[in-house]
Design a protein around this ligand. Structure first.
Ligand code: X90
Length: 275
């Protein structure tokens, strides 16, 4: 049995007709926690956090959570959040070693996306496609390894507060964002960390910088995915701009789940595409 698994930063609970499972991260304050599973109420979490002024943080899945998801599958593909910012990849690798001790004939491949959200979505979509084409485990691993060198991730956020309070970007980088209608345009860099490209004043400036970056990255009209934190209008606008320039582009947008919503914060959008 083939199984596809991603942590919840992939922003998907299911892929239609596919044996897929999402493994949740958790968002915490000292008072409350939100497990990022199919029952999470993201809107409530965002409201709660905007009124909560003490420390909040997140935690990656435990090896046990991964093991439970592996279940009794014998060909397993796992896609994780970047190891540059989270222990998620590491805990999945620990679980893999434990699983193989008990299931020596199983095949399991863990992919460090060096990214998150929509870029992970693209990797899962590609894995499903490769298996549907009848590729062996070995060929699927070889092909997916090439594939995700050609995908990119960008984002536009109004705040980097939660990144800064968790030490995942420096306070200097985060400063001046969150005031005066400034948005930060950034990317997942080569080490799978947050790369800030520009601080843009206003949506128009952000959109023109974003479109320039997408072109510079080598986008040619392939798959284009956006996960957004309660910002459907902006997602729609970006998809329209993409379609104007690349009429055959395969675009899709959808709401982010808990983990990405926590870091991207309200109105943030995260964009993944094929180059
Ligand atoms: O607690 C943990 O182990 C989770 C830490 C997660 C940190 C990163 C989450 C990113 C969420 C923002 C996307 C833009 C930055 C991408 C850089 C790779 C969404």
């Amino acid at each position: 049995m083939v199984k596809f698994i991603a942590d919840s930063s992939c922003d998907k609970i299911s892929f239609e007709g596919v044996n897929f499972e999402s493994v949740p991260l958790t968002i915490y304050t000292d008072e409350k926690s939100y497990l990022d599973d199919d029952k999470i109420d993201v809107h409530d979490m965002l409201d709660y956090l905007s009124n909560y002024h003490a420390r909040s943080y997140t935690a990656c899945p435990s090896a046990d959570q991964w093991l439970t998801a592996f279940g009794d599958a014998d060909e397993i593909y796992v896609v994780t959040l970047t190891s540059g910012l989270s222990g998620t990849y590491n805990s999945a690798c620990v679980a893999k070693d434990m699983f193989l001790q008990d299931h020596p004939d199983a095949k399991i491949h863990v992919i460090d996306s060096l990214s998150t959200g929509p870029e992970m979505h693209l990797i899962v979509e590609k894995l499903i496609e490769l298996k549907n084409e009848g590729n062996s485990f070995e060929d699927t691993v070889a092909k997916i390894t090439e594939y995700y060198k050609t995908t990119r991730l960008f984002f536009s956020f109004f705040s980097l507060h939660n990144f800064a309070q968790n030490g995942r970007v420096s306070k200097v980088v985060a400063s001046a964002i969150g005031i005066l209608n400034i948005r930060v345009l950034g990317t997942a860099d080569e080490e799978g960390k947050v790369g800030v490209i520009a601080k843009c004043k206003g949506e128009k400036k952000m959109l023109s910088s974003l479109m320039a970056e997408i072109e510079k990255a080598g986008y040619k009209g392939g798959k284009f995915r956006i996960s957004h934190v309660e910002n459907e209008p902006l997602s729609q606008k970006v998809c329209e701009l993409i379609k104007e320039k690349y009429p055959n582009a395969d675009t899709l947008y959808y709401p982010a789940k808990g983990l990405c919503s926590y870091y991207a914060e309200r109105n943030g959008i995260i964009i993944g595409f094929e180059c």
